[in-house]
Each structure stands twice: as structure tokens, then as C-alpha cells.
Ligand binder design. Structure first.
Ligand SMILES: *[C@@H]1O[C@H](CO)[C@@H](O)[C@H](O)[C@H]1NC(C)=O
Ligand SMILES: *[C@@H]1O[C@H](CO)[C@@H](O)[C@H](O)[C@H]1NC(C)=O
Ligand SMILES: *[C@@H]1O[C@H](CO)[C@@H](O)[C@H](O)[C@H]1NC(C)=O
Ligand SMILES: *[C@@H]1O[C@H](CO)[C@@H](O)[C@H](O)[C@H]1NC(C)=O
Length: 337
């Protein structure tokens, strides 16, 4: 078509030919985008309607095999039933030690909102403090979760300790275990510290723990992970950056225990031994051997929990109350540490 022309004319001719092609391309791409957007917005609407429906039906729903399993769209997560007392699935007792520090409310907010998406949870929030923090009480109340807000201050002998790490969270977790002994009959317990990130899949899987289940925890030590080693579908040791002669070299977030299994072992508890809390607790669940552990997260090939750890923040600077009297800053300052 562009024959017999000068070089200049050839270029102009070729450009003319390319122009309509570009136009077609633009039209095609625009149409695709509009079509995609339409489907996306529809999916959002369905998912919104759907989540409302799930809230309404929450109390009578089941986690697995719910008869209204409803996929709003392939790329929007399946809505989970919101419920507290669901008789069809075992209850989960989540033990969370916490203490007042700049990150506390931020971390508890994140964990609370994860648990709000998990059915049949009872949350034991246990503060290392002499009295309950009102702001924590307010947060718990607003979540609508089933919970108990307890206190378990660290014993003075450990608090006074000047050298080395303190056994943080131990009296809290033992308090949680005692609560379970007195109030629970079945279900599963899990130590969920407030500084981790949890995939909802974790709660779906640990709920059916028969004795003690284990799974990988991401972002631990220089290895980046703490996990049982699985070879040919069977337990074959532990991978952890700090073995230290432990029988169970695992992280606090890396295992769940059946309530019945705990109740059968009245002496089980956590030692005030920094670094050896997990090992001490798991050993106190004797008889229990590593090969008996239930390996979750698809033979420990998935990471459903991360040891995120927020950056440590300095306490906020004092507020000049004379300058900012009668402003919102006074209210905000009371929330901060
Ligand atoms: C959402 O629900 C409203 C009222 O219940 C209904 O009119 C609307 O069609 C629904 N939207 C979708 C996308 O299903
Ligand atoms: C579906 O769920 C409803 C409400 O929980 C229940 O009454 C009904 O029996 C369920 N149907 C089936 C087929 O499971
Ligand atoms: C775990 O591995 C074993 C052996 O390879 C296999 O039979 C089993 O199906 C796996 N389980 C899961 C949940 O992937
Ligand atoms: C702040 O203002 C109130 C009255 O609005 C006053 O009673 C109080 O003394 C003031 N406080 C300071 C620190 O200036």
C-alpha cells in the first residue's frame, strides 16, 4: 500500500495505517475496563448485602458446610458467619496476655477485628496490671465479642529482677488456663499474643485439634520461621533459630491444645522461665511426644500466623495543657501512653 512513495511519504502512509489500529486497541481496552468495573461494583454490592445477611444469620450458622456458602466473587473472600454461641462447632478459647504500653490499643484493635471475623470465640484478655485499663474495657465492649477481661500482675519477685529478660505473660497465661479449667468443658485453647498477625484460616484449622496441633509461625529469629519439619507427611523434628536443648523448640503462637486434653492434666501450667515458657508448658502436658503432634497448615506448608511485632514506640511527650486546654488534644492525650 505504501509503495512508490518517497521515504517521508512512506512514514506518513504507515502512520495513517497504524492510526486506526491504535484506535481499535483503545476502544477495546476501554470497553474491557468498563466491563470489569461493572462486575467489580456488582461483586461489592453482593458482598455487602451478603455480609449483612451473615450478621443476621450468625447465631444459627456453621463454619464448615454452611448451607448458604456464598461466593460473592472469586476475588472477594467468602464471608464468615458472625456468631458467638454456635453449638455446631467447638468453641475456641483465645488467651491474650497484654500490658499497658504505647502500642497496646493498636495491637488489641488489630487482634479484636480478626476475632470478630471468627465464629464461636471466647476471648480471655488478661492484663499484667493491678487494675483494668478502662480503654481496654471500652475496646472489648465495642467488639461485641464474648470475652473475659482479667488481671494477672507479674509476681513481685520477677518484677524486681534486674538482670536478663523477665517472664512476661506467664502469670497472664496461667490465669487463662485456670479460667479454662473452671469454665470450659470442650473446644480448643490457643495463646494469641497481641503483637502477631493471624490468618482466619488458622482459627478454622486449630478448632478441630484433638490433642496438640502445631503449625509454622513466620518472622521468627534469623531463620524467618519456626516450624515442625515434615517429611513424607510425618513429623521429623523442629526448625527454629533457638533450639537451646528444648524438647519443643516452638513459638507461643505455634501450637493449640484441646481443652479436654488440658483438663486431663490437672498439673499442666507454664513455668516462670524466660525463653522456656512454651517448652515448659508443652512438657507439662505429659504424656505427649513430638511425633504425636497434629500437623496443620497443609503439612506445615502454609504460614497462618506471623510474629509481626510493632516497632517499639517511646511514650508520647507531655501535652501543654495551658496552651491546648479545651481542645480535642486533651482527650487524645488520655488515650496515649
Ligand atoms: C442488595 O439488597 C437490596 C435490598 O435488600 C436489594 O434491593 C439489592 O438489589 C441488593 N443488591 C444486590 C447486588 O444484590
Ligand atoms: C440451612 O440452615 C437453616 C438455618 O440454620 C436450617 O434450618 C436448615 O435446616 C439448613 N438446611 C440444610 C439443608 O442444612
Ligand atoms: C500431607 O502429606 C501426606 C503425605 O505426603 C499426604 O498423604 C497428605 O494428604 C498431606 N495432607 C495435607 C493436608 O496436605
Ligand atoms: C482549663 O480550662 C478550665 C475551664 O475551661 C479551667 O478550669 C482549668 O483550670 C484550665 N486548666 C489549665 C491547665 O489551664
Amino acid at each position: 500500500m505504501c509503495k512508490l512513495l518517497t521515504y517521508q511519504e512512506k512514514i506518513v502512509c504507515k502512520r495513517r495505517m497504524r492510526f486506526p489500529l491504535t484506535m481499535y486497541l483503545i476502544i477495546f481496552v476501554s470497553a474491557s475496563v468498563v466491563f470489569y468495573q461493572y462486575h467489580l461494583s456488582k461483586a461489592w454490592m453482593i458482598s455487602h448485602n451478603n455480609s449483612q445477611q451473615f450478621r443476621d444469620l450468625g447465631a444459627s450458622s456453621v463454619e464448615k458446610g454452611a448451607n448458604y456458602t456464598y461466593y460473592a466473587s472469586k476475588n472477594i473472600r467468602q464471608a464468615e458467619p458472625f456468631s458467638i454461641n454456635n453449638p455446631h462447632i467447638p468453641p475456641l478459647y483465645i488467651i491474650t496476655p497484654t500490658y499497658r504500653r504505647p502500642e497496646q490499643l493498636a495491637e488489641l484493635t488489630r487482634l479484636a477485628h480478626t476475632l470478630m471475623l471468627t465464629p464461636n470465640v471466647h476471648w480471655l484478655v488478661i492484663e499484667d496490671a493491678q487494675r483494668k485499663t478502662d480503654l481496654v474495657t471500652d475496646l472489648l465492649e465495642r467488639t461485641g465479642l464474648s470475652y473475659d477481661h482479667l488481671l494477672a500482675p507479674m509476681p513481685e519477685i520477677y518484677k524486681k529482677k534486674k538482670k536478663g529478660p523477665k517472664p512476661r505473660g506467664v502469670s497472664n497465661r496461667n490465669k487463662g488456663l485456670n479460667w479454662i479449667r473452671q469454665n470450659a468443658k470442650n473446644g480448643v485453647l490457643y495463646f494469641a499474643d497481641d503483637d502477631n498477625t493471624y490468618d482466619l484460616q488458622l482459627f478454622k484449622e486449630i478448632r478441630y485439634t484433638k490433642q496438640v496441633s502445631m503449625f509454622p509461625v513466620g518472622l521468627i529469629t534469623k531463620l524467618g520461621i519456626s516450624s515442625p519439619i515434615v517429611r513424607n507427611g510425618k513429623f521429623d523434628g523442629f526448625y527454629d533459630g533457638w533450639i537451646a536443648g528444648r524438647k519443643f523448640p516452638v513459638d507461643m503462637a505455634g501450637f493449640a491444645v484441646s481443652v479436654k486434653f488440658l483438663l486431663d492434666r490437672p498439673k499442666a501450667g507454664m513455668p516462670f522461665k524466660p525463653g522456656f515458657e512454651e517448652d515448659g508448658f508443652l512438657k507439662s502436658l505429659e504424656p505427649l511426644e513430638p511425633y504425636e503432634l497434629e500437623l496443620l497448615a497443609e503439612n506445615c506448608t502454609k504460614i497462618w500466623v506471623w510474629h509481626t511485632q510493632a516497632k517499639r514506640n517511646e511514650p508520647s511527650q507531655p501535652l501543654d495543657f495551658a496552651k491546648y486546654n479545651n481542645t480535642n488534644l486533651v482527650v487524645l492525650k488520655h488515650i496515649l501512653v
